[in-house]
Design a binder for this molecule. Structure first.
Ligand code: C5P
Length: 235
């Protein structure tokens, strides 16, 4: 979106008023707002209108759908009317479920979650997905894109390998972003916004470095300014 940095601000707010306030402060500077499970389950579809306001900001519905294809299709259809730009589905739900989401929400970019970054190789072993984590990420990325996903969530460290696997047309979305010197909070493997974009990410998910700042609008503006030389499409 021209004039706005390729950032999805994670609105992980305790209540709707706070989410709407953050949204108002950051939308002049960023392309996208990310609504997660907590906010959506507490307030329902209304949350989308509350944070979108009158702006043209893109909505990223991070609902991480994972169910049988018919249920994923029905759920995707139910949220498609909210006109999200992005909707997440777990790649492990399988080809038919991803295809069902893509067909049911044609106006949204279905984004597949490969392996949650909270899982390590020992966890994967326990759920019957033993082997190198990067193999699982690559396998699920290829499966998801083959099934119609047009975006993938991956850690900044996986971007290059995933990009090599899926080509240039898939939107790669990376959380775990921290500006140099910022608090890592609970994120173990972080990259700066510049590093992630240089590695090939298209959209950076950033939460607390913006929303916990004394002035979230100024924090978003500063990160957006730091990226301007890397994103020529910005106005
Ligand atoms: O505050 P912070 O920048 O760490 O927020 C990151 C956001 O990205 C949160 O909404 C978190 O749930 C989400 N996320 C993540 N790691 C993933 C997938 C999503 O941190 N692998």
């Amino acid at each position: 979106m021209s004039g706005h940095a390729p950032i999805a601000v994670a609105l992980d707010a305790p209540d709707l008023e706070t989410a709407a306030r953050w949204a108002g402060l950051v939308t002049p500077h960023v392309s996208t707002l990310k609504i997660g499970l907590e906010l959506y389950l507490r307030y329902g579809p209304e949350v989308v209108a509350s944070v979108r306001g009158a702006s043209g900001v893109q909505i990223f519905l991070d609902l991480k759908l994972h169910d049988i294809p018919a249920t994923v299709a029905a759920a995707s259809r139910a949220v498609a009317r909210l006109r999200p730009a992005f909707l997440t589905v777990h790649a492990a739900a399988g080809t038919a479920a991803i295809r069902a989401a893509a067909d049911a929400a044609p106006g949204a970019r279905v984004v597949a979650v490969t392996v949650l970054t909270s899982l390590g190789e020992a966890d994967l072993e326990r759920i019957g997905m033993g082997g190198p984590l990067s193999d699982a990420v690559r396998r699920l990325a290829v499966l998801a894109v083959g099934a119609g996903a047009r975006g993938l969530v991956c850690s900044p460290r996986e971007v290059a390998v995933v990009r090599a696997e899926v080509g240039p047309d898939v939107t790669l979305i990376t959380p775990g972003i921290r500006p140099a010197g910022a608090d890592a909070h609970d994120q173990a493997r972080t990259a700066t916004p510049e590093e992630a974009l240089r590695a090939g990410a298209d959209l950076l998910v950033i939460g607390r470095p913006i929303t916990s700042a004394p002035d979230p609008g100024a924090a978003a503006a500063a990160i957006a300014a730091s990226l301007r030389h890397l994103t020529p499409a910005q106005g």
